[in-house]
Write a protein that binds this ligand. Sequence first.
Ligand SMILES: NC(=O)c1ccc[n+]([C@@H]2O[C@H](COP(=O)([O-])OP(=O)(O)OC[C@H]3O[C@@H](n4cnc5c(N)ncnc54)[C@H](OP(=O)(O)O)[C@@H]3O)[C@@H](O)[C@H]2O)c1
Length: 262
Amino acid sequence: MIGFIGGGNMAEALIKGMVQSGMKDIIVSEPREDRRSYLEKTYGAKTTSDNKEVVRQSSIVILAIKPQNMDDVTSEIAQYISGEKLVVSIAAGITLPYLTARLKTSKIVRVMPNTPALVQEGMSVLSMCECIHDKEMGLVRGIFMSVGKVLVLPEKYMDAVTALSGSGPAFVALFAEAMIAAGIKMGLTEENASELAIQTVIGTAKLLETGMPPHKLREMVTSPGGTTAAGLKVFEEKGFKEIISGVIEAAAKRSKELGRGE
Ligand SMILES: NC(=O)c1ccc[n+]([C@@H]2O[C@H](COP(=O)([O-])OP(=O)(O)OC[C@H]3O[C@@H](n4cnc5c(N)ncnc54)[C@H](OP(=O)(O)O)[C@@H]3O)[C@@H](O)[C@H]2O)c1
């Protein structure tokens, strides 16, 4: 049995992917009654309002609660985490040493998923203790592969990962928002500007997915003295790459601070 503590957005994305991949033995604890009945009806998951019950019934326990609820929940479940259970945390900024100290086990996997998991296009990065053997790692990998791609990295990279792929969807969405606003300013309707900008983001992403490096794609669209070159010149003058670098650094710094409980 795979158990979730917290049945919110990210838990739902994972449950949906797991059910579609044939993983059906799922139990979720969730305080809200309406949410429990929704998860039962939509995905056939077992539900409860008791976090301890999830721990008792599950071999893998996924902590899908907000970071600010982690102190309370770990206190509540610690005594029920026996040696053979595997704990997976998806909470941003919550470190392996913190979880090991709170739950008195090293069999913990820290994961940073991202929002496109909601449409099975997620990017999840896993960090874990070397004490976790291949079979267990395969199980956790399988859960997150059901909602997208998976990479395993040492925990020291988690702040950079959080900034790049965790917060990244918001940065890409802001880019789309700005393109839409610019299109409207040029006289397009909101509907037309949205369709043009969003399909351009999707199409570009798919082209990059073929393995074409981003700079090649950029060069392919840019002819000397043309329209794209004129636009890119503004990016360069306004320091676009420096802005993006500053954005990622600020997000990583904040992730580090949250990890220290600030
Ligand atoms: N969403 C993302 O894109 C994303 C990306 C990467 C990582 N994460 C991480 O995923 C975790 C969950 O995020 P989310 O977006 O799914 O949040 P969410 O939708 O708020 O889900 C959290 C769920 O936990 C429930 N909950 C609160 N206190 C609880 C308790 N004591 N015991 C059991 N359940 C409890 C909440 O119920 P109530 O609504 O009744 O409070 C809510 O349904 C966070 O730690 C976040 O850092 C999310």
